[in-house]
Design a protein around this ligand. Structure first.
Ligand SMILES: *[C@@H]1O[C@H](CO)[C@@H](O)[C@H](O)[C@H]1NC(C)=O
Ligand SMILES: *[C@@H]1O[C@H](CO)[C@@H](O)[C@H](O)[C@H]1NC(C)=O
Length: 435
């Protein structure tokens, strides 16, 4: 008891000596805001000033404590920074004006954007809420802003935050090299339009793990120019799954490669694993692996769609985005619709599509499930759903076995775990440093 008390006193006094006394140890938005003028514009200005001070290296951290709340108009937090590891701790709440008309301008691509900032760490248990609900019905998709953009980033860490109700996608990672996103929670209603969780484009070495995404569109969409993307232990649903694409829209040449999705659960999602490419496009999606996937009432869990299009553009020009070397392994769980696997390829075909250890049953007892396969070169083994493919090579290993090895019957079975991500270590240490 006495010992505990001593420890508490020591902790509290070290808290005050390091946090309380010297203001320059960390920045606060409050330091840039006077009590008298506290409009949205003032809070935005104060936030910008705090960012500039952080970026200039005046302090290691900018801290928004749990009891702080700010309303921000759209902001670009511009780099490059003098500070070598700018750190923002958000334990409080940051929101946008509740009505579209109060955002100032409608012509904005992002609510909050970090541009050209290297080695940025944003951590905390706080909430970002741009009140997208006022945008969904009143502004068309192309004109709605993304909630949070990281553009031209390098070695980003984004950990712990919750984001709610984005006008469009919640997070955009574009033109980035090396980013780790973990322990984040993205939440929007199942029927909210185009509210993707995380969109990745023109980026490589992106690591997303231990997060929940419940939105109205793709939980994660991996778009053109992306490679070396790992998604681990993400719970998705409602939502449209973890998707590659869409690629090749309007005849574009786009590529995605080296995507590894593992230990993920899809609950009430439209799809789990989906690859979507437009007819008439060029480029490829290759070397993609979905592994150890748990399905709970997912509508169409495995879906390669090389015929993706909206009905307005029906100009199939004969070319297609090439899809090859795609593996689906250790899928188990339930499916809400009669077709569980749909491999809908163009005439150029999908090459080397491997399905192994798939055990999907219908969520309606007594209903049997089927697969649709068109022009896919499929290699399957231990798949409990018969796959017959039209006009493509189809190798089927010994007859499908309904039994999976028992270790994979449990959700998130003991497949090799990824080694501890170094990024977590870094954020841990930067927290220590900040203390
Ligand atoms: C608050 O906003 C008003 C009007 O936008 C501006 O004149 C004033 O300088 C601002 N105050 C601070 C502290 O930024
Ligand atoms: C993704 O996982 C693979 C296999 O575990 C690993 O070799 C690779 O470095 C990881 N990539 C990233 C960006 O974390």
């Amino acid at each position: 008891m006495g010992f505990q008390l001593l420890i508490s006193v020591l902790l509290i006094s070290s808290f005050y000596s390091q946090y309380g006394e010297s203001a320059s140890d960390f920045l606060s938005v409050r330091d840039f805001l006077s009590d008298s003028d506290n409009t949205n514009a003032n809070q935005s200005q104060a936030f910008q000033k705090a960012w500039k001070a952080l970026c200039a290296g005046k302090s290691k951290s900018l801290v928004i404590q749990a009891n702080e709340a700010y309303t921000l108009l759209p902001q670009v937090f511009q780099g490059p920074c003098v500070a070598s590891n700018p750190h923002i701790q958000i334990d409080g709440k940051i929101e946008a004006p509740k009505q579209v008309k109060d955002w100032g301008s409608k012509d904005i691509e992002n609510w909050l954007s970090f541009d050209k900032v290297s080695d940025l760490t944003i951590t905390g248990s706080g909430l970002l809420d741009p009140h997208g609900e006022s945008w969904w019905s009143s502004v068309k998709f192309e004109s709605r802003p993304q909630a949070l953009q990281f553009n031209r980033c390098n070695n980003l860490i984004y950990n712990g935050l919750t984001q709610r109700n984005s006008p469009k996608n919640h997070i955009s990672i574009s033109n980035c090299i090396q980013a780790t996103l973990s322990n984040i929670h993205l939440i929007a209603p199942a029927n909210s339009p185009n509210t993707d969780g995380i969109d990745i484009s023109l980026s490589k070495k992106i690591n997303i793990f231990s997060s929940t995404i419940q939105t109205g569109d793709d939980c994660i969409a991996i778009k053109g120019g992306s490679s070396d993307i790992n998604v681990t232990r993400v719970d998705c649903g409602p939502g449209h799954g973890i998707s590659i694409g869409s690629l090749g829209e309007g005849g574009a040449t786009e590529t995605v490669q080296n995507v590894y999705v593992q230990h993920c659960t899809f609950t009430g999602a439209a799809n789990a694993a989906r690859i979507k490419t437009w007819p008439g496009g060029g480029g490829y999606a290759k070397n993609i692996r979905y592994e150890d996937i748990t399905l709970i009432n997912t509508k169409l869990p495995i879906f390669i769609d090389q015929q993706y299009s909206d009905r307005s553009s029906k100009s199939a020009k004969g070319s297609a985005v090439k899809v090859s070397d795609v593996t689906f392994r250790y899928f188990r769980g339930t499916c809400a619709q009669p077709i569980a696997i749909k491999l809908d390829c163009d005439k150029i075909g999908c090459e080397n599509i491997v399905l192994e250890h798939i055990k999907i049953t219908s969520s309606s007892p007594g209903t049997s499930l089927s697969a649709y396969c068109h022009f896919a070169d499929v290699i399957s083994s231990f798949v409990n759903i018969d796959i017959k493919c039209r006009s493509a090579n189809h190798h089927q290993a010994p007859s499908p076995s309904p039994e999976l090895p028992s270790q994979y019957d449990q959700p998130h079975a003991q497949l090799p775990q990824p080694s501890a991500p170094h990024a977590q270590t870094r954020s841990f240490f930067s927290f220590l440093q900040f203390n």
